[in-house]
Design a protein around this ligand. Structure first.
Ligand code: NAD
Length: 344
């Protein structure tokens, strides 16, 4: 995108705009000249959107994803052309403790939004629904990387909620409704603005920078794939544009994206502490990991980018170390601000 200025003046709705990916995507869309509208549950200020001073450039609408009247009003009144559906209850621990809340937001919220879109088929030209690699559930190491045609077989509440939303989205794209919908299943995303501290990257980075103490949850043997947020935003823009320009071509499709570079959690932690220049604390973390066992987590998951490369010519532009350096730089700035304010 960019060459023909597709996004300039386009009305785009982002659900979950006050979250990590939503805030970064809003920044990317603003940079391309889009008119950005965001559904926001509350005006929580400690977020990428407010920290980067983006909120004032966006039309923010307060409300809940399960409010169909509100969503219908936003879509019709604001003449929304493209929707990125990112809002979700994403915390795995919260999902285990409160599955109902997770199913309400992630499943009911998704069909509520798609029902609102169904009422205005002439207005909305593209809906990109964020599913996740977690929707696949557990497959053997020898079956990695996940392929888009693998059956979804989730086991845990969060994973199940994402798989349900994923399949519901595909049903709305089917020949019955023919809504212009694409589903994305990306691996772990990291970068500036990821402020969910139950996720490994922000948690470990904040500790490696000396602000908190990192408590490992397992022995670090699990294998994951980490993709840098700028690459994800670039891919979302490509998918949204392609879908809006020619819905028939890709509607109903599922797209995985990862870096095809599996890495163990132990190795991730080692690199974080090393790039942060704090090898001393890693020795303690490493010793603590040796005393732990990993339970209740998928052993190994990663993805390639074969299909998105074929359709959109996309490939990740950041290696893990490059993305890590940028992420650390952002967290240095953010933590200075956060902890300065906290000590007042
Ligand atoms: N972060 C990752 O590594 C990753 C990887 C793959 C897929 N995803 C998916 O991408 C999406 C965004 O993830 P994120 O990391 O930005 O999460 P996030 O928690 O940072 O953002 C989610 C946002 O949704 C909002 N929200 C939650 N419930 C709501 C409701 N009922 N009504 C309105 N808003 C509500 C929250 O307030 C939050 O701002 C999610 O769907 C997630 O499953 C994330």
């Amino acid at each position: 995108m960019g060459k023909n200025g597709f996004w300039r003046g386009t009305n785009v709705l982002i659900t979950g705009i006050n979250g990590f990916i939503g805030g970064n995507l809003a920044q990317g869309l603003l940079g391309k000249g889009a008119n950005v509208f965001g559904l926001i549950r509350n005006r929580k200020q400690d977020t990428f959107l407010y920290f980067e001073d983006l909120a004032s450039k966006i039309t923010l609408i307060e409300g809940d994803l399960c409010d169909q009247e509100l969503l219908s009003r936003i879509i019709s009144e604001e003449q929304i052309h493209c929707v990125f559906h990112l809002a979700a209850q994403v915390e795995v621990g919260v999902a285990a403790a409160n599955p109902r809340l997770t199913f309400e937001t992630n499943v009911r919220g998704t069909y509520t939004l798609l029902e609102a879109v169904r009422r205005f088929p002439l207005t909305v030209k593209a809906v990109v629904v964020a599913s996740s690699d977690k929707a696949y559930g557990s497959y053997g190491r020898d079956q990695m990387p996940y392929k888009e045609n693998y059956p979804l077989k989730p086991r845990y509440p969060y994973d199940t909620s994402k798989a349900c939303a994923d399949m519901i989205a595909q049903a709305y794209a089917s020949e019955i409704y023919k809504l212009p919908i694409v589903v994305t299943r990306f691996c772990n995303i990291y970068g500036p603005g990821q402020l969910n501290f139950s996720a490994i990257m922000p948690d470990a980075i904040t500790s490696a920078l000396g602000y908190t103490q990192f408590v490992p949850r397992g022995d670090g043997s699990q294998v994951r794939d980490f993709i840098y947020i700028e690459d994800v935003v670039g891919l979302y823009l490509l998918i949204g544009e392609a879908l809006a320009q020619d819905p028939q071509k890709i509607s109903g499709q599922v797209f995985n994206a990862g870096t095809n570079s599996p890495i163990s959690v132990r190795e991730v932690l080692k690199l974080i502490y090393s790039v942060a220049g704090n090898k001393k604390d890693f020795a303690q973390v490493s010793a603590a990991m040796r005393r732990r066992r990993t339970t209740g987590e998928i052993d190994c998951q990663y993805m390639d980018f074969e299909k998105v490369n074929k359709y959109f010519g996309w490939k990740p532009r950041h290696g893990f170390k490059d993305g890590l350096k940028k992420t650390l730089a952002w967290f240095r700035r953010y933590n200075e601000h956060r902890f300065k304010n906290a000590s007042r």
